[in-house]
Design a protein around this ligand. Structure first.
Ligand SMILES: Cc1cc2nc3c(=O)[nH]c(=O)nc-3n(C[C@H](O)[C@H](O)[C@H](O)COP(=O)(O)OP(=O)(O)OC[C@H]3O[C@@H](n4cnc5c(N)ncnc54)[C@H](O)[C@@H]3O)c2cc1C
Length: 424
């Protein structure tokens, strides 16, 4: 739906109409912000949940268990009911973060909008086959889980009949579930790591009933077929990812789903020179979810790759509360910020900055990840030589989020850099 040409100045513009952007838009209206625009490149609002037709959505956000499409419809209705201005089928292709101006393209041509603050909520995407350097021809039949689900649920087309899924995160299990509802057969799931990454309970409901063989410590050595995928050659790998000769086997299939390994959809942020974190690949933000550029905020999966949709929505609401404060008193958002730095094997930490004196987010909105499995360890937070917080963990897993409760940090003043490290 296009926006009328006589109103191109908003209080807040939100780029991305997924759970995070929509939840933020509704909260902004509830907080009395009058002119809010959401720009979404797809014809439908709702982001990924639009085509994720299984249960598992909205629990922490709406306290209900919904399917993806049900959740997307509820979020969209709430935004329309709240009086948010919505522009669907409209892509933001240029952002000037200092002028707070962005240019969009839609069927009506190019339009430039301006705002007092901008929230980027552009989500994330699965790593492509080429980025994973999987060898073989570039025939048809190689796609991400999201693409497969769009074929099935939005276009009502089956992309293939014999499917191999590469990657065992929850999203790979989501692919197994989706194909399990069709005439297609998933003939294997291949995981490079030593164990399945997705949640066991989800695996019990997908791999087990559909009798899908799981090949852990295996990779795809070669995609077979020229015009169309005809099979994959898989091989075992050692702990460093090296192929073990003599372990090859071929699985006949016509479709390869390259699932998971999500990366933030950061092309717009990158082209606008908004500083990005080299570990999360999303914008660097403080606890207000303000980026390093005043008045430019970020929330949802753009911050660090995939999370659950309800966390993305709650982040959107937190960003909305920050933005409403920013609109009233931008000066309080300008002070010097403490830098949080991860020390290996801590892989990344979110937020990456702390603005002293400003509200602290709820515990689920400050997290870290480790790069390898660590047993019986303590997470230590503090500037060099001091401990603001220390907490014991029995096991830390790379694929699981670890909460950092900022409210429990015994923070001092006059520090520049806070280290987040592990110790026995
Ligand atoms: C296969 C799969 C299964 C999942 N299953 C579950 C589940 O069971 N439960 C759960 O809680 N979560 C699940 N998730 C995760 C959940 O979908 C995401 O966490 C959630 O959608 C993130 O919300 P978001 O608003 O940050 O991003 P998104 O939902 O990705 O929304 C971002 C939106 O921004 C738009 N956009 C991007 N760039 C631009 C631009 N330049 N201009 C205009 N618009 C733009 C996109 O079109 C998109 O609609 C699943 C994810 C996948 C892929």
């Amino acid at each position: 739906m296009p926006v009328s040409s006589d109103n191109r100045h908003f209080d807040v513009i939100i780029i991305g109409g997924g759970p995070s952007g929509l939840a933020a838009s509704v909260r902004l209206k509830q907080l009395g912000v009058s002119r809010v625009l959401v720009v979404e490149r797809q014809p439908q609002l709702g982001g990924i949940p639009v085509h994720t037709a299984h249960f598992g959505f909205a629990i922490r956000h709406l306290k209900r268990l919904l399917t993806g499409p049900q959740y997307a419809r509820k979020l969209a209705k709430a935004a329309y009911d709240a009086g948010v201005t919505i522009a669907t089928s409209t892509t933001v292709f240029n952002l000037d973060p200092l002028a707070k101006e962005m240019t969009c393209v839609s069927a009506r041509g190019h339009t430039t909008y301006r705002a007092e603050a901008i929230l980027m909520a552009t989500g994330c995407r699965e790593t492509t086959r080429s980025a994973l350097l999987l060898p073989g021809f570039r025939g048809r039949g190689i796609m991400s889980t999201s693409e497969a689900q769009q074929y099935i649920h939005l276009m009502h087309t089956l992309p293939g009949k014999r499917i191999v899924v590469f990657g065992s995160e929850d999203v790979g299990l989501s692919a197994v579930h989706t194909f399990g509802l069709t005439r297609a057969k998933v003939v294997g799931m291949v995981e490079e790591g030593p164990r399945m990454i997705g949640r066991k309970v989800f695996a019990l409901g997908t791999l087990v009933p559909h009798r899908v063989p799981l090949y852990t410590r295996h990779t795809i050595k070669q995609i077979l077929g020229s015009r169309r995928v005809e099979g994959v050659e898989i091989a075992a790998v050692d702990g460093q990812g090296n192929l073990l000769p003599g372990t090859e086997r071929t699985i006949a299939c016509d479709t390869l789903i390259v699932s998971g390994k999500f990366l933030p959809e950061n092309a717009l942020a990158r082209s606008a020179d908004i500083p990005l974190d080299s570990y999360t690949h999303g914008p660097v933000v403080d606890q207000q979810l303000q980026s390093d550029i005043p008045g430019i905020f970020a929330s949802g999966n753009l911050l660090r790759g995939v999370e659950t949709a309800d966390v993305a929505a709650l982040e959107g609401e937190w960003a909305a509360a920050s933005i409403s404060r920013y609109l009233k008193d931008a000066a309080t958002f300008m002070g010097p910020r403490l830098k949080l730095t991860p020390e290996a094997p801590v892989k990344w930490v979110l937020p990456q900055r702390l603005l002293p004196g400003m509200p602290l987010p709820p515990p689920y909105l400050s997290t870290l990840r480790v790069s390898e499995q660590v047993s019986r360890s303590r997470i230590i937070v503090g500037p060099e030589g001091k401990i603001w917080r220390s907490r014991k963990y029995l096991k830390l897993m790379p694929e699981r989020r670890i909460r950092l409760n900022l409210h429990k940090w015994n923070m001092g003043a006059n520090e520049d850099t806070i280290e987040i490290s592990l110790a026995r």
